[in-house]
Design a protein around this ligand. Structure first.
Ligand SMILES: NC(=O)c1ccc[n+]([C@@H]2O[C@H](COP(=O)([O-])OP(=O)(O)OC[C@H]3O[C@@H](n4cnc5c(N)ncnc54)[C@H](OP(=O)(O)O)[C@@H]3O)[C@@H](O)[C@H]2O)c1
Length: 328
């Protein structure tokens, strides 16, 4: 059992703590908030023995082996580095960091200190992702793919009222592609690898980041189109079109349902299995297993996916002059 500390007191931290508990592999023993009252409430709610309002103290504490970071995107790097230097494993919410330079430095620091660094991405650790990958050959030669993640954010209401919530802010490294598009991007990179070419067509908000956008990834023989938005809503499923058949996924994350339609027989079959409703449980199980059993091959694969995903979002932003504050 790994002892875990958490950073951030948003709803996602509560979800992760519950998933960690459910996994039976991670135990939350400490929580951090910038505010003592919030730290106490979270610690009490989840029976964490320790609470901190000083990040240096938590990083140096023997009460934890690892930390889960769920703060605004722009502060992930500085916080991750602090814990890595204190020889704590780091599980950092997506998007892991703002730039590839930060990611390289953090992986180097993790290696120097003999600990692991993970990007917390729910969908790629699930049984249904493994099923999709194993069965991809059924589609034959892939000819096109559409992976939408279009979800209206309640925080856009505040944006329209003149506020700039962190997730719509360049100061906090926000935007639709890094927030939602990454789920689809992980599917693309996990299934098809690194694309040959990347082209991003965003709708840029007055805050300087993308409220929505279309990302076109060119692969050998096909194009994968990723649609992402936080300013509108859609029900369109993800689809992977091959010469022999088509996969239809209800969502990019969680991958709750996978249907395969055979182009020749016109028959369809459901390939997916029933998963935990909270798919973060799988991420907790896999990450704990990699740490505990030192699964270097699986770690290298995850590292490579994180690198490729960040390279793509960085290139997409570069093409459109979407510049985060940390880059200025
Ligand atoms: N995997 C998923 O399904 C999922 C879902 C939602 C979000 N996320 C990710 O989780 C992370 C947090 O998202 P969120 O929407 O909860 O973010 P948020 O509301 O902007 O901030 C999260 C927490 O960070 C702390 N915080 C706020 N502003 C800060 C600042 N300027 N400096 C340092 N700490 C600050 C706050 O906790 P205290 O006030 O207690 O310190 C806050 O509760 C993001 O990276 C996001 O992409 C993942």
């Amino acid at each position: 059992m790994l002892n875990l500390g958490t950073i951030g007191t948003g709803w996602i931290t509560a979800s992760f703590i519950e998933a960690a508990k459910h996994s039976g592999k991670l135990k939350v023993t400490a929580v951090y908030s910038r505010t003592e009252e919030k730290a106490k409430v979270l610690a009490d709610t989840y029976n964490a023995a320790h609470f901190f309002t000083d990040l240096n103290e938590m990083a140096g504490s023997m009460a934890i082996d690892a930390v889960y970071i769920a703060s605004p995107n722009s502060v992930h790097f500085e916080q991750a580095l602090l814990f890595l230097k204190n020889k704590k494993h780091v599980i950092c919410e997506k998007p892991i960091f703002s730039t590839t330079a930060q990611l390289e430095e953090a992986y180097r620091t993790a290696e120097e200190n003999g600990v692991f660094l993970f990007e917390a991405i729910r969908n790629i650790h699930t049984p249904n992702f493994a099923i999709l990958k194993e069965n991809l050959h059924l589609a034959g030669k892939i000819r096109s793919t559409v992976l939408p993640y279009i979800q209206y954010s309640s925080r856009y209401d505040a944006f329209l009222q003149g506020e700039v919530p962190n997730i719509f802010s360049a100061e906090f490294s926000g935007g639709a592609l890094v927030d939602l598009g990454v789920y689809s991007l992980y599917l693309a990179v996990g299934l098809f690898g690194k694309p040959e070419k990347v082209a991003y067509h965003p709708v840029v908000l007055h805050s300087g980041v993308d409220g929505s956008g279309t990302l076109v990834l060119t692969y050998d023989g096909f194009v994968c189109t990723i649609l992402c938005s936080k300013i509108s809503h859609s029900e369109i499923p993800c689809e992977i079109h091959g010469e022999q058949g088509t996969f239809v996924l209800e969502d990019a994350a969680p991958i709750s349902k996978i249907q395969f339609l055979d182009s020749h027989t016109k028959k369809s079959q459901i390939l997916s299995v029933e998963q935990y409703e909270k798919d973060m449980v799988y991420e907790c199980i896999n990450i704990a297993d990699i740490i505990e059993n030192d699964h270097q091959d699986r770690y290298e694969e995850l590292k490579n996916w994180s690198k490729v995903v960040l390279e793509i979002t960085e290139e997409a932003r570069r093409q459109n002059h979407i510049i985060f504050e940390v880059e200025k």
